[in-house]
Design a binder for this molecule. Structure first.
Ligand code: IPM
Ligand code: MG
Length: 381
């Protein structure tokens, strides 16, 4: 019997209720696939601040350290976040901290418009074309997010009319920085992902303007020589954002710098009908000792406090995130596929939460968070 220890960080807003469904689904897999989960719930975000004074309490970090993987819900409550200094806000103090602390450099965001959800996609059917099935691979621990210096400072300019002949402004500085090594490792992840899919990799950069982009393009091209079976193309980020809505079915794997990936993955998410459909995996290196690849798995949507606690949230992104955990951290491909197929079945049968509902749905199949979880369990083979 394989045993997996999972740190469960449900967090704020809809986090706890969508997490409940994901855990239910994982439990339902135990006997079917001969595995056992030890779920270690720990507080994060405002749940952490309220319980232990910090968005990422020490005990929570210790649970993550001791776990084989982290299943993450969502953190942050916009109204309350603004009351804290920016470094203590949940998104920075918990989520960005965890990504950097565990060096989770590879963020995989599979974007798929499921059968029966074309109505929820903002594109016309003619643009949806042969379908939308894209893996956004985002570099997650470098680039513009983490480069130093990163600060806001006073900046003095000469101004003859100002007091003392000068004027003091503020200026904000962020730094985009990336090394060959960082590009290489994320490029390898992307080529490997493409190999298991339609064997096409589109690397996104801004090589016409940024030094970062020139290096990115050179290194990705070099890494590509080891993957002659994968077709590689390069595209500027502005063009990529346009192509995504003009002709999304041309893309298979999209490889992006941290900030570009943040932006393009939200754009791609809209194409999948709802943020509530999008899982993500943030991966580090595989441990040589255990063979387990530590990762943090989270839905792409936020904490959605407006609908929290009402059994309205779509739990599918959280459930699909659990499937990604099975695949990437535990190598349990069959169990991961079983979850994904069950999700597909439930959608094909017409079960819908509000975010993916349409006027033509059977009213009886418009259901809440927990009913979707039940329906997915009932559809597991
Ligand atoms: C994401 C989110 C985060 C990011 C925020 C919450 C810090 O937008 O995971 O895409 O910018 O990376
Ligand atoms: Mg984002």
């Amino acid at each position: 019997m394989k045993k997996y220890r999972v740190a469960v960080l449900a967090g704020d807003g809809i986090g706890p209720e969508v997490m409940r469904e994901a855990l239910k689904v994982l439990r339902a897999l135990e006997s079917r696939f001969g595995m056992e989960f030890e779920f270690r719930q720990a507080a994060v975000g405002w749940a952490g601040i309220d319980a232990a004074g910090k968005a990422l309490p020490e005990e929570t970090l210790a649970e993550c350290d001791a776990a084989d993987a982290v299943l993450f819900g969502s953190v942050g409550l916009p109204g309350r976040d603004a009351t804290l200094p920016k470094d203590e806000r949940p998104e920075r103090a918990a989520l960005l901290y965890l990504r950097k602390h565990f060096e989770l450099f590879a963020n995989l965001r599979p974007v798929r418009l499921y059968p029966g959800l074309n109505h929820a996609c903002p594109l016309k059917d003619s643009r949806i074309g042969s379908g939308i099935d894209i893996m956004v691979v985002r570099e997650l621990t470098g680039g513009l997010y983490f480069g130093r210096p990163k600060k806001t400072e006073e900046y003095v300019v000469v101004d003859e009319e100002g007091p003392g002949g000068k004027r003091v402004l503020l200026r904000a500085i962020d730094t985009m920085v990336i090394t060959t090594e960082e590009i290489e490792r994320i490029a390898h992840v992307s080529f490997e992902a493409a190999r298991l899919r339609r064997k096409k990799l589109t690397s996104v950069d801004k090589a016409n303007v940024l030094e970062n982009g020139v290096l990115w393009r050179d290194v990705v091209t070099e890494v590509g020589k080891s993957y002659p079976d994968v077709e590689l193309e390069h595209v500027f980020v502005d063009n990529a954002s346009m192509q995504l809505i003009l002709n999304p079915s041309q893309y298979d794997v999209l490889l992006c710098e941290n900030m570009f990936g943040d932006i393009l993955s939200d754009e791609a998410a809209a194409l999948a009908g709802s943020l509530g459909m999008l899982p993500s995996a943030s991966l580090g290196e595989t441990s040589e000792e255990s063979g387990i690849r530590f990762g943090l798995y989270e839905p792409a949507g936020g904490s959605a406090p407006d609908i929290a606690g009402k059994n309205l949230a779509n739990p599918i992104a959280q459930i699909l995130s659990a499937a990604l955990m099975l695949r990437y951290s535990f190598g349990e491909e069959a169990a991961a596929r079983a979850v994904e197929l069950a999700v597909e079945k439930v959608l094909t049968q017409g079960w819908r939460t509000g975010d993916i509902a349409s006027a033509s749905d059977e009213p009886a199949k418009r259901v809440g968070t927990s009913q979707i979880g039940d329906a997915i369990i009932a559809s597991l083979d």
